[in-house]
Design a protein around this ligand. Structure first.
Ligand code: HEC
Ligand code: HEC
Length: 234
C-alpha cells in the first residue's frame, strides 16, 4: 500500500498541471502512450534541412558547380559537413557571391547567432543514407571531351600516384576518403587547386599536399576532366 502512495499523488498532480498548462499536459500524455520515437526518415531530413536545394535529388543532381554527394564514404560525408559547419572548411571565394564557397551551406544550417540547425545524430542519419545511394556520373560535357584530353588526365593520375589513396580511376578510395570518379569537373578542379594552394586544409587534406603541390593548373584541369568521365557505378 505504501508504494502506491506516490503514484496516487502523481495522478492527482497531473490534472493540476493540465489545468495550468495544456501544452505541457498534452506532451506528457503523448509521451506516456506513444511507442519509442521513430528516427526521422533520412529522405525527409534531406528535404527538411534543405540539402536538396543545393545537392539535388538523392544527392546526385547538384546545382551549379556544387558537388554531387551520393555514394561518398559515410565517414567522409560526416566529417566534411561538420568541418563546413565549424568553419574549418571554407574554400576559396565563389566568384558569384564573393564569399568562401562553403559559406552558403553553412548559412543554411547555422543561424546568425551560431546555433546549429542540425544535430550530430541527424548528420549521421544523412551520411549513412547518402553513402548508400548511387553516385552521379559520368558527367555530361558539351561539347564532348577529346580522347587526347582524357588520356592526358589519365596519365597525370598515374604519374601523380593519386591511386594510392583514391583507388583505380578515382573509384575505389581508401576508407574515409572521397571517391572522385564521376564528380563534376569544375568542382574537382577547385578542390585540387584549394588543397594545392593551402586554402583547403581541413581533415586529412594536408596528406595530399606533397602529391599536388607541383601540379600546374593545366594538369589539374586535365585530371578533373578525366575523373568526371569515369563511370562510378561500374
Ligand atoms: C546553400 C547550398 C547548400 C546546402 C543547403 C547544403 N550544401 Fe552541402 N555543399 C554546398 C557547397 C557549395 C559545397 C562545396 C563547398 C566547397 O566548394 O568547398 C558543399 C559541400 C558538401 C559536402 C562535401 C562534399 C565533398 O565531396 O567534399 C557534403 C558532404 C555536403 N555538402 C553535404 C550536405 C548536406 C548533408 C546538407 C544538408 C544537411 C547540405 N550539404 C546542404 C552547398 C550546400
Ligand atoms: C596520401 C593520400 C592521397 C593522395 C596520394 C592523393 N589524395 Fe586526394 N585526397 C586525400 C584525402 C585524405 C582527401 C580528403 C581530405 C579531407 O579529409 O578533407 C583528398 C581529397 C581530394 C579531392 C577533393 C575531393 C572532394 O570531394 O572534395 C580531390 C579532387 C583529390 N583529392 C584529388 C587527388 C588527385 C588528383 C591526386 C593525385 C594527384 C590525389 N588526390 C592524391 C588523400 C590523397
Amino acid at each position: 500500500m505504501r508504494t502506491l502512495k506516490p503514484m496516487v499523488m502523481a495522478a492527482l498532480a497531473i490534472p493540476a498541471l493540465l489545468a495550468f498548462s495544456p501544452v505541457i499536459g498534452g506532451a506528457v500524455a503523448q509521451e506516456a502512450t506513444a511507442a519509442a520515437p521513430k528516427p526521422p526518415s533520412a529522405k525527409r531530413l534531406y528535404l527538411r534541412k534543405t540539402c536538396m536545394a543545393c545537392h539535388g535529388r538523392n544527392g546526385a543532381r547538384a546545382i551549379q558547380e556544387y558537388p554531387d554527394i551520393a555514394g561518398l564514404d559515410a565517414a567522409y560525408i560526416r566529417t566534411q559537413v561538420k568541418d563546413i559547419l565549424d568553419k574549418k572548411r571554407q574554400g576559396s571565394n565563389d566568384p558569384v557571391t564573393g564569399h568562401p564557397r562553403a559559406e552558403s551551406m553553412r548559412g543554411s544550417l547555422v543561424t546568425s547567432d551560431g546555433e546549429m540547425r542540425i544535430s550530430d545524430d541527424e548528420i549521421k542519419i544523412l551520411a549513412d543514407w547518402l553513402s548508400k545511394l548511387d553516385p552521379a556520373g559520368p558527367q555530361v560535357h558539351d561539347p564532348a571531351l577529346s580522347a587526347d584530353r582524357i588520356a592526358a588526365g589519365e596519365a597525370a593520375y598515374k604519374k601523380g600516384k593519386c591511386r594510392t589513396c583514391h583507388g583505380v580511376n578515382g573509384n575505389k578510395p581508401l576508407k574515409g576518403y572521397p571517391r572522385l570518379a564521376g564528380q563534376k569537373s569544375a568542382y574537382l578542379q577547385v578542390q585540387m587547386t584549394d588543397i594545392r594552394d593551402g586554402v583547403r586544409t581541413n581533415g586529412r587534406s594536408r596528406m595530399m599536399l606533397p602529391f599536388v603541390k607541383r601540379l600546374s593548373d593545366e594538369e589539374i584541369g586535365a585530371l578533373s576532366d578525366y575523373l568526371s568521365q569515369i563511370d562510378p557505378n561500374q
